[in-house]
Design a protein around this ligand. Structure first.
Ligand code: 9WN
Length: 726
């Protein structure tokens, strides 16, 4: 792991520690602006903390659930008796004692929020070093989670279709989202009588970053209605002008239903498992059936009072990716919408994904709360969702932003989508917590493969892979072409667009059997007949990539090529009477006979006849085209001699604009993939690497920084993820 990441991990933990109340019972969203415990914040915070302090993560959720109402509702705020006076609205304004369901001994608000908690509880279990320590907690929280979900299906499911409705913008978590404007505008707020109240938020944060006073009137107007009905859900639904099915809320409910089912299974509650699965099924069907808007290419919130879709382009509309509520045919359309200029496309340059509102629409505001800025929790859910649906490259770019934004600007509440500036509260807990989740999951995983497992097998001698019977009828000069087409067949069926490989399916396929038959004929090929560099490059790069895949299958590798010592040195193909290992191809042929990283000697000795096959002009871009069966290396692609130059450029650009290269101009710091360290010689040292990066990086400010400050920039190298690219 890079020291730089370690530094920020420490900073993130410090933010969370600083935001803990004295005694450590729970963590505030932020010290000044939000001096109480918030509902979904607690879920995100627990997920982040669970990577290093299971007990504290558990404490967060226990404290939150101490405020659960008798009807199962989990309030959006559980007040901190020591923090009263610093926020509006507080218990005196909520008057939840009007409800027989409110707890007598804990002060809470009277509405709820997106139920991320079953999801968080399962994460606590999964991230725990000692799982046995989590058992009692799971037994404690499980029935409470059930009560919470039952509340939604019983009291907030007015059409019995599995969609939970929200009754206040605060319940959405996206308080002043442009989606709510129309409903607000329907109410004549100038004529209604509202009690006097005083906002506290704008005392801490510039009002340009917060909701308008009119929005606050709307918030208060709804609260008054709830109080009038003593928080009776049925009565509220009869009269409330704000009743909405929100894609974000329902997607979180869906994701949590899945986790609840897993928890039920772990605890041996079959009926509970069945119940949670049915909820999941019902809600995800209803999301895809009722909320997807074909022409809008988005999931829209639905206004139950006005009975219409709210066709507003907010980040909420992509959230069915997180909860699994998007159907296959909806996903591609949704993805194109997400990966567009409106929401910051891959490699667009000068933007950070994913802003909360369409950057191209009127009303987009760079700094105003839920009307434009990038929020880390939204990106985190989409990052999980994009992975779930197989969009690895995009998921990776979101992960990169989740790390990069706080590294550039601090752990702010939200960020400018164009220049990354931080807004809102300064040291915001869920920003730190979800930063930690991404950092731990992506950069701290070496231990997971297990040292013993990794040392499990040693290849002492060369292991030839292309040993099958040679079909005598084929002409050797055609083999290269046949290899390319056999690899093409493998690529078409088993190499996914996102650069991963379906090894299981590939192994038993006819295409693989055909490929092996052609690979056997390589033994009769004269690589000297390959002609110019472009042909050599394409041939050897493709061959290298295929040997790796072939080796992973032949050796039955499960988690990482590191399981087999000597993988790159001993696997081999016989070609034209010579034996070639991946190292021979990479360091001998493609790198112009250099030493492998850590090696003492050049790959081929002075008299080695294989030197005749070397490419004439080694090209450092090969490092972004050679796969090594690992997540951190290049995604697998097929290279053709006619297009290799352009393809290598694309490979380099994809890599350099991924999370393998993080440029933080404000700190004059650059974090680079270890590839730039291992092959420093090919790039001309770290200065050469920065020049190389400058050529490909798409953001103007980063390019400008590299142009001006290459020599002062501090370069660190990132942890390399050797886990298999399955
Ligand atoms: C009202 C605490 C909460 C978040 C919400 C965010 C903001 C509160 C406020 O802060 O809302 O609930 O006072 O603005 O919109 O998502 O949970 O961090």
């Amino acid at each position: 792991m890079s020291d730089a990441i370690k530094t920020y991990i420490k900073k993130a933990r410090t933010v969370l520690e600083k935001n803990q109340v004295p005694g450590g019972a729970f963590t505030l969203p932020s010290g000044n602006l939000y001096p109480h415990q918030w509902n979904w914040d607690a879920g995100f915070i627990a997920i982040g903390i669970s990577h290093y302090d299971t007990d504290q993560a558990i404490r967060e959720l226990r404290r939150l659930f101490s405020g659960q109402w008798r009807n199962g509702m989990l309030p959006h705020i559980v007040f901190n008796p020591d923090g009263l006076g610093g926020y509006f609205p507080e218990p005196d304004f909520w008057q939840t004692e009007l409800s027989p369901d409110a707890p007598g001994d804990v002060l809470t608000s009277g509405i709820t929020m997106p139920p991320i908690h079953a999801y968080a509880a399962l994460q606590i279990y999964e991230n725990a070093g000692r799982k046995d320590r989590v058992g009692p907690f799971l037994e404690w929280i499980y029935p409470r989670l059930q009560d919470l979900h039952r509340f939604f299906y019983r009291e907030r499911n007015p059409e019995s279709n599995g969609l939970a409705c929200i009754i206040h913008p605060w319940e959405s978590g996206m308080d002043n989202s442009p989606s709510w404007d129309e409903t607000m505008n329907h109410i004549d707020l100038d004529t209604v009588q509202l009690p006097a109240y005083q906002r506290k938020d704008t005392g801490h944060v510039d009002s340009s970053m917060r909701p308008t006073d009119r929005y606050y009137d709307f918030f208060v107007y709804l609260m008054e209605l709830f109080k009038r009905h003593n928080y009776d859900q049925n009565a509220i639904l009869k009269e409330c002008p704000f009743q909405v099915y929100d894609p974000l809320f329902n997607s979180i409910l869906c994701a949590s239903n899945e986790s609840l089912a897993s928890l039920a299974a772990m605890l041996g509650d079959r009926d509970g498992e069945q119940e949670a699965r049915e909820w999941h099924e019902q809600t995800s069907k209803a999301i895809s059936g009722h909320l997807f808007h074909e022409e809008h290419h988005l999931f829209d919130a639905y206004d139950l009072v006005g009975r219409r879709h709210l066709e507003i382009d907010t980040v909420s509309g992509f959230m069915p990716l997180f909860g699994g509520g998007a159907k296959k045919e909806q996903v591609d359309v949704l993805y194109s919408h997400l990966n567009s200029k409106s929401f910051c496309a891959l490699h667009q340059g000068n933007c950070f994904t994913v802003p909360s509102f369409d950057t191209q629409k009127e009303g987009f505001k760079r700094e105003n709360y839920w009307r434009g800025p990038v929020w880390i929790n939204m990106n985190w859910m989409l990052y999980k969702g994009l992975r779930r649906y197989g969009f690895r490259q995009k998921a990776d770019s979101l992960a990169k932003n989740i790390l990069e934004l706080p590294m550039r600007s601090g752990f702010h509440e939200y960020f400018d989508s164009f220049d990354g500036r931080g807004y809102g509260s300064r040291d915001f807990s869920w920003t730190a917590a979800l930063f930690l989740d991404v950092a731990h999951s992506n950069y701290l995983k070496t231990g997971r493969t297990g040292l013993l497992k990794r040392l499990g097998r040693v290849l002492w001698t060369r292991v030839p892979l292309n040993t099958g019977r040679v079909d005598g009828g084929k002409h050797p000069e055609n083999v290269s072409q046949q290899m390319l087409s056999a690899i093409g067949e493998l690529r078409d069926r088993y190499y996914r667009n996102d650069g991963t490989v379906d090894y299981e399916a590939l192994k038993n396929s006819d295409e693989y059997a055909r490929y092996r038959a052609v690979a056997a004929t390589l033994r009769q090929v004269d690589p000297g007949s390959l002609g110019e560099d472009r042909q050599r490059l394409a041939f050897w790069v493709n061959l290298y990539n295929t040997i790796i895949v072939d080796g992973i299958i032949a050796l039955g590798i499960r988690n990482s090529v590191k399981e087999v010592i000597g993988f790159f040195r001993k696997l081999s193909y016989r070609i034209g009477g010579h034996s070639f290992t991946p190292d021979d191809i990479e360091h001998g042929i493609l790198r112009g006979n250099r030493r492998r990283p850590g090696g003492l000697l050049r790959q081929f000795g002075p008299l080695n006849s294989r030197k005749q096959y070397m490419v004439e002009r080694p090209d450092p871009r090969i490092h972004f085209a050679l796969v090594c069966g690992s997540r951190s290396c290049a995604p697998i692609k097929f290279y053709s001699p006619g297009r290799i130059d352009e393809q290598l450029d694309t490979a380099a650009s994809n890599f350099i604009n991924s999370s393998e290269v993080i440029v933080i101009p404000g700190e004059k710091r650059v974090l680079l993939s270890s590839i730039f360290n291992w092959y420093g010689e090919d790039f001309g040292g770290s200065r050469g690497a920065l020049e190389f990066i400058e050529r490909y990086i798409v953001d103007d400010d980063k390019r400008e920084f590299l142009r001006q400050h290459k020599d002062e920039a501090q370069v660190d190298y990132l942890y390399y993820d050797w886990n298999l690219n399955r």
